[in-house]
Each structure stands twice: as structure tokens, then as C-alpha cells.
Ligand binder design. Sequence first.
Ligand SMILES: [Zn+2]
Ligand SMILES: [Zn+2]
Length: 114
Amino acid sequence: MADHDPQLFNCPDCAAAPGQLHEEGCDHAHCPDTGCQRAACDHNGACASRWNGDFVGAAECREWNWWLIEDPELGLTPCPAGTKDAIEDFNRLLTHARWDADLQRYVRTDLTTT
Ligand SMILES: [Zn+2]
Ligand SMILES: [Zn+2]
């Protein structure tokens, strides 16, 4: 686990405080069933979800050290944890992890890569 908690912040779209429900139509609200954007799921807004103070999947990326850095020539490139200005590699959640609706977090599906 990370040895420090990042600063929690309010939802950038609907301004929900950590622990509050997102407002209807919020771009950052995720579907509790699929982990995807609620705007993209077919539950017609019936799947309320809470903002937990950080982007969905960000804690998982940090836990697994999935980081990207913007390289001027190569674009976004994987990089080690602790790299200056690195961002969480959310794309990798789609290929190396899946959403677990029971745990309400991503779990790794590919345990062979680092
Ligand atoms: Zn929101
Ligand atoms: Zn849904």
C-alpha cells in the first residue's frame, strides 16, 4: 500500500465532497456495477454512486505502481513510481484489471506483468 494518502478533493464535476453522492449526470460518477462512467451505462441513472475523494481506479494504479509520464517525443510512457509529474495509468485498468462490483474497486487480471 502507499505510505501516504493523497489529498482528498471534491468531485471536479459536481463538487460532491468525499463520501457524498454524485449529482445526476456528473461526468465523474461511476456505475457501481460496471465501474464505468454512469453516463455510459444503461441503468438510466438508477445506479447512484459516491465520490470517494479521488478518481475511481487511482488508488489501484498507485497500489500497483502503474504510472505514466508525458514524454515530449514518445507521448505518455510508463514510468516508475516516484517519477516527477507522473500521472496514474488509468488506461491500464482496462487491459490489466477488471472492476469488481462486490469489492467496489478494480482487481488485477494480469499478474504476470509489473
Ligand atoms: Zn460528481
Ligand atoms: Zn450503472
